[in-house]
Design a protein around this ligand. Structure first.
Ligand code: ADP
Length: 247
């Protein structure tokens, strides 16, 4: 079989809610090691696109091909297993567990070991937790209870809980909302670290942050692509200017 050209190929993706097309014949392609940012006014269909990719919402029509796998036929947990991680806006970490424990419980189960091999697994988990903790700037906070982390650190921890499963595609919904300027900068750095092994799709409103991280921007409007390309290109697209300033 031929190698796929894209990590993710979304084609003709459509979903109707009571006849209203929230996502309408949408096609876009994400490369390996790419940071793609989806922007667009409220109600444009951004969250619905991520819901469709991760199997939370069923498509009415179209396909989502991830490597060689058609995702629209799979269940949500099968899509996770295929290598797609999704972070929602509100962090779902365990407040009364430590950073270490939050990461440890997120380590994929069933990666093969029982009995005498448990010890070996524990060592592997510990090493992986340490590695992820360093990536998310929390290596010095491993024994801290998650409830005492700052808002930004909690967001990073949740990203870490996804990273420990080593997804090839990570989808983040407004990851820097509520973060300080310093935390935003570090989040950009975090994203640039992790795309060496994967691609990331980010929904974002903060245009300064978009400018910092986006390899390519997809502008959605009424469930369709209004414009696509580099930030510089879409920012100067008259159609985009009209949608953002026209109302
Ligand atoms: P965005 O994330 O760009 O703000 P959404 O994807 O949340 O937009 O929503 C796109 C449109 O689809 C909105 O008009 C929203 O009301 C509608 N919508 C989203 N999910 C549902 C649903 N489960 N049932 C009915 N309408 C929905």
């Amino acid at each position: 079989q031929m190698a796929p050209d894209f990590l993710l190929a979304v084609e003709g993706l459509t979903v109707s809610f009571d006849g209203f097309k929230a996502v309408d014949d949408l096609s876009f392609y994400v490369d390996e090691n790419e940071i793609r940012v989806i922007i667009g006014p409220n109600g444009a269909g951004k969250t619905t696109v991520l819901d469709l990719i991760c199997g939370r919402t069923r498509a009415t029509a179209g396909s989502v091909r991830f490597k060689n796998t058609e995702l629209t036929r799979l269940k949500e947990y099968e899509i996770v297993r295929a290598g797609v991680g999704r972070k929602f806006q509100n962090p779902s970490i365990y407040d009364d567990l430590t950073v270490f424990e939050n990461l440890e419980i997120s380590y994929p189960r069933g990666r093969g070991v029982v009995g005498a091999l448990t010890f070996k697994r524990d060592a592997a988990v510990k090493e992986r937790v340490q590695e992820v903790a360093e990536t998310i700037f929390l290596a010095d906070h491993l024994n801290q209870r998650a409830e005492y982390l700052s808002h930004g650190q909690k967001q990073w921890l949740e990203i870490g809980m996804l990273l420990i499963q080593d997804p090839e595609l990570l989808m983040l919904d407004e990851p820097v909302a509520g973060m300080s300027v310093a935390e935003r900068k570090k989040t950009a750095e975090l994203l640039n670290r992790i795309i060496k092994d994967r691609s990331v799709i980010v929904i974002e409103h903060d245009m300064k942050f978009v400018e910092d991280i986006a390899h390519k921007v997809t502008v959605l409007h009424q469930g369709k692509i209004l414009s696509e390309g580099t930030m510089a290109k879409v920012q100067s697209d008259p159609k985009v200017v009209e949608v953002y300033l026209g109302h």
